[in-house]
Design a protein around this ligand. Sequence first.
Ligand SMILES: C[S@@+](CC[C@H](N)C(=O)[O-])C[C@H]1O[C@@H](n2cnc3c(N)ncnc32)[C@H](O)[C@@H]1O
Ligand code: SF4
Length: 385
Amino acid sequence: MTPALIPPPLSLYVHLPWCVRKCPYCDFNSHAGKGALPFDDYVDALVRDLEHDLPLAWGRTVHSVFFGGGTPSLFPPDAIDRILQAASSRLRFAPEAEITLEANPGTAEHGRFDGYRAAGVNRISFGIQSFDDGCLQRLGRIHDSAEAEAAVRLAQDAGFDNLNLDLMYALPGQDLGMALADLERAFALQPAHISHYQLTLEPNTVFFAQPPQGIPDDDDAWDIQERCQERLAEAGYAHYETSAYAREGRQCAHNLNYWRYGDYLGIGAGAHGKITLGAEQTILRRWKHKHPATWMEAAGGAGAIGGDDRIEPSRRPFEFMLNALRLHQGFALADFEVRTGMSRDSIQAALQLAGQREWLVVSDSHVVPTALGRRFANDVIALFL
Ligand SMILES: C[S@@+](CC[C@H](N)C(=O)[O-])C[C@H]1O[C@@H](n2cnc3c(N)ncnc32)[C@H](O)[C@@H]1O
Ligand code: SF4
């Protein structure tokens, strides 16, 4: 029998697209802001965009909110307050909802974090990247290491105890010792969570067109990754997803919902959403126009929508695995069924093959990737295409 799709927990993603300067490695939908930024108009447009998406989420509870960018910390606290007020008066918020805001240390003014906290933000995610001033310069960052540390302390002084620090490794001119030194500087600030990303050269970036000198080769990058993983574990940060490490109980609820194939509304320029429509027994993906000016003008109407896509049942196992197999704890087969509307029998052959190759450990109720499976993640996921 085909299982029924049951709507999973709902999150809200809010895209704030401007940055002080575009970093040469970054392919996010982020734009160097020129002159005074239209914060008020953008917030008005967000509210219209949310209203337009509301019929997709009637009666549902929001479990997490994520202000991503771009550089959300460019937005003044009263703008963030207005967005949260508008969202929480239109959608029910869980009392313990995790509300994260991404911050660039170069935008951390005194008093700003108190304002975000008063608005309801309870988690800050800092784009630190490195604590080495040479590396920061080669990455084109607008801050140095002292400013990064000062920004984290400002947030802590404002009462934020749930902080994430983004670090990147395999940076131009970086060796193993430098990558480990970055971790030690991060540990000294005692964040709840660390995201540790390997620098990738993304198409349509300056680094892709003109790769910088001194990027560690694959073997050296692997070495850095393995040694850093060990150090993170020793320091009490459990590795729970490809690039995510957390202290006990401090995993990122918002990202966990993505990785568990949960639902999310996406508002703002270029934002993506995924919503399970129980009555129609379908999964809808919706994305908004990427360019801030185009999106702002059209927000509130169908013209702001870049596209709508209903996910055919046959595509869902692949989409589910793409997310769930990033998690070290894997997933429950019962969740696979209610989140994809597909029976476990439909993936039996692929699971069996992955089990034989020692990529997955499959029991009656759960599927867990092995270390080998995590290393060959793309091959594992391809079995579910
Ligand atoms: C959208 S950015 C948000 C943070 C904020 N805009 C900043 O940079 O300070 C999220 C994170 O993605 C990571 N990232 C961006 N581009 C990357 C790349 N090409 N390779 C690896 N990680 C990248 C960085 O660690 C960055 O902090
Ligand atoms: S500040 Fe963050 S989002 Fe903006 S360009 Fe740099 S990495 Fe990308």
